[in-house]
Each structure stands twice: as C-alpha cells, then as structure tokens.
Design a protein around this ligand. Sequence first.
Ligand code: G4P
Length: 189
Amino acid sequence: MQELKNAIMNRGKAINQDVLLVDSFLNHQVDVELMKHVGEAFAEHFKGRGFTRVVTIESSGIAPASFTALALGVPLVIMKKQTSKIMTGDLLHTTVRSFTKGTSYELTAKHEFLPEKENILLIDDFLASGEAAVGVINLAKQAGCNVGGIGIVIEKAFQTGHAKLTKMGYEVYSLARIKSMSENHIEFL
Ligand code: G4P
C-alpha cells in the first residue's frame, strides 16, 4: 500500500536494525485518515470470505482493526493483555511471550464475544516473531473458532513471524513488508 509506505518513509524512523518508530501516525498519535484507508485495503483484500469477527490485541492494533471491521460490517473484538476484577464469566486465556519487549503477558478474551464457529480475521499493527498472532490462534482454538486470515499493517519480513504463520497454514497479508532497516534507512520487499 503506497500511502502507508510513504508514511513509513516520511514519518517513521528506524531506531536500529530491529525497531521502527511509528508513533507519529500509528501507535501514539494516530492518522485516522490513513487508518481508514488501511481498513479499506484489508476489507478489499478479505471481502467475500465470510468473516464474522475482526479480532485484534490491545492497544496498537485497535485503530487499524476498527476501520477494517467498519469496512467489512462486522464486530471488532479486542483481546486483553490484562485481566481485571470486572472481567468475569467464561474467560479464555493463553500466555504470549514478546521477543521485542522481552516480557510475557496473559492474553484474555470473554468466550461470549468469541462464540463457537466464528470466522475470525486477525488484524495487528506489527508482525515480528508472530507470537501475538499465535496467542490469538490459541484463544480462537479454545473458543472453537476459525482464524481465516491475518492482516498486518507493518511486517518486519526479516523476522520469523511470516514464515511461522504460513507454515502453520495461515494466510498472512501485509500492507507494508520491510526487508531491512538500519538507522535512517528502510528498504521494502
Ligand atoms: P510478535 O507478536 O510478532 O512476536 O512481536 P513481538 O512480541 O516481538 O512484539 C510485540 C510488540 O512489540 C507489539 O506491541 C508490537 O506492536 C511491538 N513491536 C514489534 N516490533 C515493533 C517495531 O519495530 N516498532 C514498534 N513501534 N513496535 C513494535 P505490544 O506489546 O502488543 O504493545 P502495544 O503497542 O500494542 O500496546
């Protein structure tokens, strides 16, 4: 998606070989017009495939996932990284390890928002090693749902996530695929 690539080139910043700063348009300040176009691009790609829910993980996936759900006309379900006292009922849990952050968190969702046999489109902001996506796949399996596709805004193609998910049999569609980065240099696939 050229508009997204332009935003990455002009407003993003590669801090080093591994981390891209996109807080001016994606995960701190949000360019909602760009996110609307991102949602429309995902909807165009995944339309007609019977998706009944868009699912994302809090917090940075929420903006692109919201516009995707709006464009597809289906509900959005946000997987939580923290459980709270008011989150009760039939809960689904799985542990996700973040390689970028070196931490683990408990991914949680209410079963009532992921009823059995839903066809889920997973949308997330970044794909690195794919652990967050695997966490969503695990929760979907617990719920008896199918993950029918994965849409990623920015894929770091030099990391292992894409190959891992493809090998597991999932389609990964990324709007921008970064081949390599270094300070002040970004190359797309
Ligand atoms: P993985 O799920 O693909 O294995 O990725 P990993 O654990 O390595 O990283 C997950 C977290 O790190 C996500 O944020 C993701 O958005 C963020 N992340 C990964 N690579 C980059 C990067 O190059 N730039 C930026 N800005 N973020 C990156 P999170 O922990 O889910 O937090 P949140 O921002 O969604 O709240």
